[in-house]
Design a protein around this ligand. Sequence first.
Ligand code: ADP
Ligand code: MG
Length: 295
Amino acid sequence: MALIELDGVTTIFGRRPRRALDAVRGGAGKAALLAEWGHTLALDEVSLAIEAGQVFVLMGLSGSGKSTLVRHVNRLVEPTAGHVRVDGVDVLALDRAGLGAFRRRMVAMVFQHFGLLPHRPVIENVAYGLAIRGERRAAREAKAAEWIARVGLAGYERHYPAALSGGMQQRVGLARALAVETPILLMDEPFSALDPLTRAELQDLLADLQRDHGRTIVFVTHDLDEATRLGDRIAILRDGVVVQEGTPADILERPADDHVRAFVGAIHRPRRAGRDAARPAGQSPSRPLASPSAG
Ligand SMILES: Nc1ncnc2c1ncn2[C@@H]1O[C@H](COP(=O)(O)OP(=O)(O)O)[C@@H](O)[C@H]1O
Ligand SMILES: [Mg+2]
């Protein structure tokens, strides 16, 4: 059984999503639903199975439904129809207390704009989830310090987020998400706000961490190079529909339709002229990696 399963998930934003659902079931797509109903079809009958230990990448243009999908895993957004199961649990059936416990136990998130607490030093940011869980200060700060070192920020424990570069702030974001030791990490464009060099360093760090710790990661990006570098599997969304799901090699070598072909062509080809040109398409990120360095 897959760790995360979405089954026939349809998500509509608007005032009367359940009524609009009938129109979708009658065949209306995203454009028609918007034109005729003033509702947004964010996801349209999405079914996915994400296995434990995978880095599962969601890719697609802006507005294609990536963030909505990733937020279904911990029910920050509720679908209009369909099922979400995590570790066999029907997430949509959980009551308030059950959902809180599920989130603390199962899921951590890393955000595009880091989401750090600005008035707390690095050590408290990283220990935050452990504090919520009731761990005592000495224990949680010891654990936090280990993760801070692991992401290459030893010595920065007492610094405040504003004193750190974007790349360093996202290292803190990673350490915070890893410190709670949940099996699932949700990462919504975590490196999109970083410059290309810093972004590549963070990709290497994540691949390195993943090799050691083997979490299940749902990773959103619109960068095909990042997707093929990190992903064990990639799903491509268009207008709320999964148009292809497969390994990086499947996507690059056997694009399912013209949309995927255009996506792969338009986004990938220029980048392949760069430093990754010699890397075979779809190679998994198991190459030896530089140890993390601050910055
Ligand atoms: N809270 C919301 N209310 C209304 N429409 C939304 C909301 N969130 C997302 N949408 C719409 O749903 C679609 C999918 O959005 P999103 O999942 O954020 O896409 P992506 O992350 O791929 O850019 C878009 O058309 C977006 O405008
Ligand atoms: Mg998004």
